[in-house]
Design a protein around this ligand. Structure first.
Ligand code: AMP
Ligand code: MN
Ligand code: MN
Ligand code: MN
Length: 274
């Protein structure tokens, strides 16, 4: 029987809405055999996820989604199958957490300047772990400033908008090296999510491969077959393995754990190397 893999999803440890154990249970109910929980810059959900996975017979791969900066943009690199106690990994994530905290305060200050008081406290109250822009978006919805999360990003939080704070995340080679030194595999995720030209995306993929990156997310939720094939071609072109991930954050109509994730023929699956 072919296994169902989902190697990219989030819990309340970052900006997901289900606890790590609830994510694992939902994955199990959706028929996922192999799951990686990949919270933003945090591995503090992995222990809880592992207990739940052991109880249910789901294979859990250690995961994390590291925020990096490339050409002045935030680019996400997933690490899979690393040693979660490795000092290089825990040190990098401690630095990233400090940057995230500092940035969260600065976003709060910018929101105060446009008339939204106490937004840091509001966003923090909605967060179990890291305070992300998604928590700010949810707070802005809660107080009626915007109708939905997407509007919050469009109006305040996206790059170039009034309350955007430039990221100081680590660079891509640092993320790749720390993932590899801690025994894991680096994956460039959701390459088509960035508002970049195809030419710039291919430059990003080439840089990632040149710096030693190993795999690229080829299969995700809500893709067209053409997009999936394009990503497969780009991965093959650069000698990258292919990964699959829903990027699940919360139950909704469009994104589900393990849903329609598969690799086109000819792409080397990342799990062959895990
Ligand atoms: P951060 O890591 O704090 O910069 O937050 C980024 C997170 O915000 C992403 O991982 C997404 O989950 C979420 N996000 C980004 N853009 C949007 C958007 N337009 N609408 C809803 N959520 C978004
Ligand atoms: Mn997110
Ligand atoms: Mn991401
Ligand atoms: Mn993600």
């Amino acid at each position: 029987m072919t296994k169902i893999y989902d190697l990219h999803c989030h819990s309340t440890v970052s900006d997901g809405m289900l606890s790590p154990a609830e994510v694992v249970r939902r994955a199990y109910e959706q028929g996922v055999n192999v799951l990686a929980l990949t919270d933003h810059d945090s591995i503090s959900g992995l222990e809880e996820a592992q207990s739940a996975a052991d109880q249910l017979g789901v294979e859990l791969i250690n995961g994390v989604e590291i925020s990096t900066v490339w050409e002045n943009r935030a680019i996400h690199i997933v690490g899979l199958g690393f040693d979660k106690t490795h000092p290089k990994m825990t040190a990098l994530l401690a630095e990233q957490a400090a940057l995230r905290f500092k940035r969260a305060i600065q976003i709060g200050e910018k929101l105060a300047k446009v008339g939204v008081e106490n937004a840091f406290e509001g966003a923090k109250a909605l967060a179990d772990g890291e305070v992300t822009r998604a928590h700010y978006a949810r707070y802005l919805v809660q107080i009626g400033k915007v109708a939905n999360d997407n509007q919050a990003f469009k109006k305040y939080l996206s790059q170039g908008k009034s309350c955007y704070v430039k990221s100081e995340w680590c660079d891509i080679p640092t993320a790749i090296n720390v993932i590899h030194q801690s025994g894991g595999i680096s994956v460039l995720v959701h390459p088509l999510r960035y508002t970049m030209t195809n030419r710039a995306i291919r430059r990003l993929i080439a840089d990632f491969a040149r710096w030693g990156g190993r795999a690229m997310e080829v299969s995700g939720c809500g893709q067209s077959p053409e997009q999936r094939q394009l990503l497969a071609d780009w991965a093959n072109e650069q000698g990258l393995m292919g990964s699959v991930g829903s990027d699940f954050h919360f139950p909704c109509q469009w994104v589900e754990l393990g849903k329609s994730l598969w690799l086109p023929q000819g792409v080397e699956p990342v799990w062959n190397a895990l």
